[in-house]
Design a protein around this ligand. Structure first.
Ligand code: GLN
Length: 194
C-alpha cells in the first residue's frame, strides 16, 4: 500500500506522522506535487491556516491538492479543517471547498485559547469505532457553524460539530494527534483503504 502523506509546509505535521505510524501504517512528509502523487491519502495538520494557504500558493500546490481531494481522502485538523471548508469567516479567507461546511476561525476567543476536554461520541461514531469518551485537545480552534446535507457529525462539543466526515474526507477542529487515543486516525486509515 502507498503510504499516508502529511502536508509538511507548516504546523504540527510531525505529531501526525508519528500517530499514523503508531497505528501501523507508513507516513511520509509532503511538500511537493511529486510527493503528493506518491501517497494514498493526505493529512493537513493544525498550524496557521493563512500561512499554510500562502505557502501552498507559493509552492503551486493549491490546484494539485484540490484535484487530489476529488479522488483521494484528506483529513484536515484545525487549520487543516479550515482549509477544507466551503466558507471561512473571522477573518475570511479562501479555502479548498472540498467539504460542505462553514467554519469560524479562533471562535473560542483568546482567553480560552486552548483546552482539553472529554467528549461522548455520537451514535455513528460508536457504531464504527466503539463506545467510550474521547479526549479532545483544542488549540485556538475554529467552530463549525453549518454542515451540508452530505456531512455526518461524529463528535460534538457543546452542541457544535467537532469531528465530521463527508464521503472520503474527515475533518476535526481539535488535535487527535496530541492524544494517545488513535481511533480518529484509525477511522481515516479505514477511509484510505487496505
Ligand atoms: N487558529 C488557527 C487558524 O485560524 C488554527 C489553530 C490550529 O490549527 N491549532 O488557522
Amino acid at each position: 500500500m502507498k503510504p499516508i502523506g502529511v502536508l509538511a509546509l507548516q504546523g504540527d505535521f510531525e505529531a501526525h506522522q508519528a500517530a499514523v505510524r503508531q497505528a501501523g501504517v507508513g507516513a511520509v512528509q509532503v511538500r511537493t506535487t511529486r510527493e503528493l502523487e506518491q501517497v494514498a491519502g493526505l493529512i493537513i495538520p493544525g498550524g496557521e491556516s493563512t500561512t499554510m494557504w500562502k505557502l501552498l500558493a507559493s509552492e503551486n500546490l493549491l490546484e494539485p491538492l484540490r484535484l487530489f481531494g476529488l479522488h483521494r481522502p484528506i483529513f484536515g485538523t484545525c487549520a487543516g479543517a479550515i482549509l477544507l471548508a466551503a466558507e471561512v469567516s473571522s477573518p475570511f479567507q479562501d479555502a479548498l471547498g472540498l467539504v460542505d461546511l462553514a467554519i469560524t476561525r479562533n471562535a473560542y476567543g483568546r482567553q480560552l485559547a486552548s483546552r482539553v476536554v472529554r467528549l461522548a461520541p455520537e451514535p455513528e461514531f460508536i457504531r464504527r469505532l466503539g463506545d467510550g469518551d474521547l479526549e479532545a485537545v483544542f488549540i485556538r480552534a475554529p467552530i463549525i457553524r453549518r454542515v451540508g446535507p452530505g456531512v455526518t457529525v461524529l463528535l460534538r462539543y457543546h452542541g457544535d460539530p467537532v469531528l465530521v466526515e463527508q464521503g472520503r474526507h474527515l475533518v476535526a477542529t481539535f488535535h487527535p494527534e496530541l492524544s494517545l487515543d488513535r481511533r480518529v486516525h484509525q477511522l481515516f486509515l479505514r477511509k484510505v483503504g487496505p
